[in-house]
Write a protein that binds this ligand. Sequence first.
Ligand code: SF4
Length: 662
Amino acid sequence: MAPEQLAHVLSPLQVGPVTLKNRIVSSAHLTHFARDHLPSDRHVYYYREKARGGLGLIVMEASAVHPTSAQFPTVVFAFDERVIPWYQRIAEAVHEEEAPVLAQLWHCGHHAAWNTTRQPLLAPSDVPCLYYRETPKIMEHEDIRTVVEAFRQSARNVRDGGLDGVEINGAHSYLLAQFMSPATNRRDDEYGGSLENRLRFALEVMEATREGLGDDRVLGIRLSADELIPAGYSLNEGVEIARRLVAGGRLDYLSVSVGVYPTLFMVMPPMAIPPGYQVYAADRVRQSLRQAGSHLPVSTVGRIKDVRMADKIVESGQADLVCMTRATIADPFLPKKAALGQLEDIRPCIACNQGCVGNAGRERHITCTVNAAAGYEETRGDGALAPAERRKRVAVIGGGPGGMEAARVAALRGHEVVLFEKGPELGGQVNIHARAPMRGEFKEITDYLARQMNKLGVDVRLNTEASEGDVLSLDADAVVVATGSVPGRSLDSPFRPAAVAESSEVLTMWEVLLEQREVGQRVLVVDEEGHHPAMNVAEFLADKGKSVEVITSLQHVANQLLLNLETPLLMTRLLSKGVALTPYTVVSGVNGRTVTLTGVAGGVERRVEVDTIVAVTGRRPVDDLYFALKGKVPELHRVGDCLAPRYTDQAIHEGHSVGRAV
Ligand code: SF4
C-alpha cells in the first residue's frame, strides 16, 4: 500500500503545544523495568526504540503520585525528586529521535498492596479490589487533599524532567475512576452520590496537575467511557463524564478506553476479541464533544494492529489518535514501515498476551513473544545487529518459529542460509495450535517469518528431512538444530504416577487437532501443562459435539494463564459448551473404558466411563540429530523445543540469539 493511502493516520496533529508527526500512539503500559521505584536504563532504550520507530506520541507507563499507589515494587515514583534525572535522560533520548513523550500519573487506589506500601490502601469507599481483596481505608478529606497535592508535585517533577507533559490515568478503575463509578463510590459527602460530586476529585486532580505542569506542556486524561459492568457506569454516562471533564479542565486531549478490573480482559484482550472493538466508545465521545463545540483530540485503543484500520478510524472521524500499543511492542518500527509503504514487513502482534502482559501480570519485566528485542533494546534494538564479518554457510534444520527466526536473523546479517523442513509447510507446531478455536491468529507470526526469509533469499527446502549425512555433506560453517518436540501419551502427574502403561490408545492433542485419529463421544483430557493447549483441544472437541471433561493435578484448570486476562473468556466459552473442568485430580487407573480419578492428595475416588483419553502431559525434545552432529561440525547450536520443550517465546528468543551469534 502506498503511504499516501495512509495519509490520515500519518498526518500531523497539534496536541496542545506539541505537534505530533503522525497519529500513532504508544499508550501507557507497565514494564516492570523500574528498580528502587525509579526508571532504569532499560526504560531509556525501550522508549528510544519506540521513538526511532516513528511513533507520533509515547506515553510512559503509569507512575505513582504517592507511596500509597505502589501496586508493585517496580512502580516508578513520580513524586520522588530522584526521578527527575531519569526523566531528563528519557526525554533527551526520545527527543533526539523527534518524538514527544509524556508521563502517565496515577494513583491506583484500592488496587495497591499493603505489602508494598506498608500503609492502608486509599479509596473513596471500603470496596476491595476484585483480585487482591484488601479492604481500603475510606479517604478522609485530608487524604483527598494529600493525593491532589501529590499530583501537583509529580507534575512539577515531570516538567523539571523535561518531558512534554502528563496523561492523568482516570481509567480502568484506578483511584480517579473509583471516585467516578457508582460501583466503587458509596460516599454521601460532596465526593459521592451525584455525578457532579463523583467527578469532583478528578477535576481537582486535573486542576492541580495543570498548575504543577504549567501551560506550555501537554495535559491529557485517560478515561474508561464504558465500564462494562452492571454496577458501574454505561457508555451514556461515560460520554457525559467526558463532556464534563473536558468542560472543567484545561485539557489538550482525551484518551478513551473501556473496561475496569473485573473486565480487564476487555482492556488488554486476547485474540478471541476482534481488533478495533473499543472504537465505538471513542467515536461516541468524540461526536458528543464535537456537538458541544469542542475540538479536543480524542484517542482510541483496543487491539488495533493494522495501520490500514487505524487510517480508516482517523479518516472516518471516529478518533483523532490511535493507540497501537501492543502492535508497536511487536514492532516499534510500524509507523516508519507504514510511511515507507512496507506493510508486509511489519511484524504482527498476535494478541497472545504471553510476553507482554503475561509477564507483567506475574511481576516480571515485559518482553514480546514475537519480537525478541522487546525489553532488550540496548543489545538487540535498532543499529545493534552487526553484519557478519565473514559470510558463512548456515544450515537450519526445522521450520518452526525458532528455526525461522534463526534463519531470518542470520540471513539479515549476510549469511548464506539453507533451511530444511521435513513437512510440506513452514510453521512447525504453530500450524497445529492455530487449528484450535480462536487461536488462528498465531499463524500470522510464522507467515511473517516466511515472508521475511523469502525476501532475504533463504533457501527453504520443504518436505526434506535432513539426516546426519545430509547435513555433513553440506559442509556448512554453522548448523542450527530446531527440530522441535513430540507430545507424550503419559497420564502421570508429578504428584502421583497413573500406574498405567503409556498406551497408543491415549491420543495426543496434535492427533486430535490434526484429525489424524478417531475420537469417541466421551472424552477425558488430562492436562499437566496448565496452559492453552488442553483448553484448546477441549474446545475443539466440544465444538464437534463431544462430551468433554478436563482434569488436572494443578490447583486450578489453566493455572498458567492470567486469571484476569485469559481465563474469563476462555472459561465462559468452555462452560457454555458443557466442558467439565476438574482441578486437583489425577488418573489413578484405567481399565478398558473405565478410568479411575483420584484427588491429588488421595481421598475421593471417582470412576468415569470414557471413549477417548487425550494427554496434554508434556513433550519430549527431538534431539537425535543434534547429538549425532555434536563434535562433527564447526559450529553447532540448538534452539527451542529440541533444547527443552516450552513455548513460542523461547523458540523465537533463542532463534534470534543464535542468528546473531553465528
Ligand atoms: Fe502482542 Fe503477544 Fe507481543 Fe504482547 S507478547 S505484544 S500480545 S505479540
